[in-house]
Design a protein around this ligand. Structure first.
Ligand code: 3HC
Length: 312
C-alpha cells in the first residue's frame, strides 16, 4: 500500500465521499466493516427468534399480522446487510460459519427471553427504538453499500418502533394486570436496550477508528444519550416508570442524567452466559442445516435459468 493510496482514501473520507467496493481501501478499514456489518446482519436474523416466539400466541389476528410482518422485515434487513458485507470480499458461507463458531457476535439484547406479550411491545418500542437511533446515524456511514442498506432499513424500522409503542401504550392504559405486565417488561428490557449502544466511548475498542473513517458518525455514548432523552419522554406519556433511581433531567445540559450500566452483565451475556445464548445459536444452526436443500434447489434453479434452460 502506497501512502498516495492512503492519502487519497482518507481525503475522500474527509470530504464525506462514499467508499465503494471497487475503491482501494486499507485492509483495516475492510476488516472493521466486515466485523461490524456481519454482526449487524447476524443481529437482525437472530433477533427474529425472541419475537417469533409470540407469533402463535398474539392476542388478536391484527397483532399476529403486524408481528409476522415485522419479523419478516428483520429477515430482509439481515439479507440487505449480508449482501452489503459480501461486497467486501467475504462469502455468505464464511459469515454464517463465523456466527456458528462464535467467532462473530450478535447484539446481546437477543439473548434475553420474551416472557409475556408486553415483551413484544418493549422490544418494538425500545430495541427497535435503539436500533433506529443507531441506524439513522449509520445512514451517513462512509461505506456506500452499508449506507444504502441503512437508508432502506430505516424506512421500515419506524413502523417497528410504532407497533411496539402501540402495544405498550394499550397495555399501560389497560387493566391493572396489563399495566403490571407493561411495567414488568420495561423493567427487564430498559438496561439491556442501553447496552445495545456498546461500551462507553473511552472503553470502546473500535470507536476511534470508526469515527476517523466515518464508519460511525456519532459515538456510542452520544447515541445512547439521544435514545434515553427520547425514551424517557415516551415512557412518561404512557404512565410507565423508567427503572433507574438515578434518572434526572439536567436543565443546563438539556439531557437526562442516568445511572451506570451493569457492565459485568453486558460482558457476561456477550461471552455466552446469557439466558438464551445457547438456544438462539442452536435454533440458527438447526434451521441452517435443515434449510440446506432449499439453498441447493434455489442455486440449481438459478444456474439452469442463467444457462438458458427454460422449465416453463
Ligand atoms: N452486543 C454484543 N456485542 C457488543 C455490543 C452488544 N450490544 N456492543 C458492543 N459489542 C461488542 C463489539 O462488537 C466489540 O466486539 P468485537 O471487537 O468482538 O466486534 C466490543 O463489544 C467493543 O465494542 P465497540 O463499541 O468498540 O464496538 P463497535 O465500534 O463495533 O460498536 C456497535 C458496537 C455500536 C454495536 C456497532 O458495532 C454498531 O453500531 N453496529 C451496527 C448496529 C448493530 O449491530 N445493531 C445491533 C442490533 S440490530 C437490531 O436491533 C435490529 C432491529 O431491527 C431489532
Amino acid at each position: 500500500m502506497s501512502t498516495t493510496q492512503e492519502t487519497t482514501f482518507q481525503g475522500k473520507i474527509d470530504k464525506g465521499l462514499k467508499i465503494e467496493p471497487r475503491d482501494w481501501m486499507p485492509d483495516k478499514y475492510r476488516t472493521h466493516l466486515i466485523r461490524q456489518i456481519s454482526q449487524h446482519a447476524h443481529s437482525e436474523v437472530i433477533g427474529m427468534q425472541p419475537e417469533g416466539n409470540w407469533i402463535t400466541r398474539a392476542p388478536s389476528l391484527r397483532a399476529k399480522m403486524v408481528l409476522i410482518a415485522k419479523v419478516q422485515d428483520e429477515a430482509g434487513h439481515g439479507l440487505y446487510l449480508y449482501s452489503a458485507c459480501e461486497t467486501l470480499g467475504i462469502t455468505r458461507d464464511e459469515l454464517i460459519s463465523q456466527l456458528h463458531t462464535g467467532k462473530a457476535k450478535y447484539s446481546n439484547i437477543f439473548n434475553y427471553p420474551t416472557l409475556t406479550w408486553a415483551d413484544i411491545g418493549a422490544i418494538g418500542w425500545l430495541v427497535d427504538g435503539a436500533a433506529i437511533v443507531n441506524q439513522q446515524s449509520l445512514r451517513g456511514t462512509s461505506y456506500g453499500p452499508y449506507s444504502r442498506a441503512m437508508i432502506r432499513i430505516c424506512k421500515e424500522e419506524s413502523f417497528h418502533q410504532r407497533q411496539g409503542y402501540e402495544i405498550m401504550s394499550k397495555m399501560a392504559n389497560g387493566t391493572p394486570e396489563q399495566q403490571e405486565m407493561a411495567q414488568d417488561a420495561l423493567d427487564r428490557w430498559w438496561w439491556p436496550s442501553l447496552m445495545m449502544f456498546g461500551p462507553h466511548d473511552l472503553d470502546s475498542a473500535h470507536t476511534s477508528n470508526a469515527m476517523n473513517w466515518k464508519i460511525k458518525r456519532e459515538t456510542n455514548d452520544e447515541l445512547r444519550q439521544l435514545f434515553v432523552d427520547r425514551s424517557v419522554k415516551q415512557a412518561d406519556l404512557i404512565g410507565l416508570k423508567i427503572p433507574d433511581p438515578d434518572l434526572k433531567w439536567n436543565q443546563e445540559t438539556r439531557h437526562y442524567e442516568f445511572g451506570e450500566i451493569d457492565w459485568d452483565e453486558f460482558w457476561k451475556v456477550i461471552n455466552g452466559d446469557g439466558f438464551c445464548n445457547k438456544e438462539r445459536l442452536n435454533n440458527h444452526t438447526t434451521a441452517h442445516t435443515k434449510g440446506q436443500w432449499v439453498r441447493e434447489a434455489a442455486l440449481a434453479y438459478a444456474e439452469k435459468r442463467n444457462n438458458g434452460v427454460n422449465h416453463e
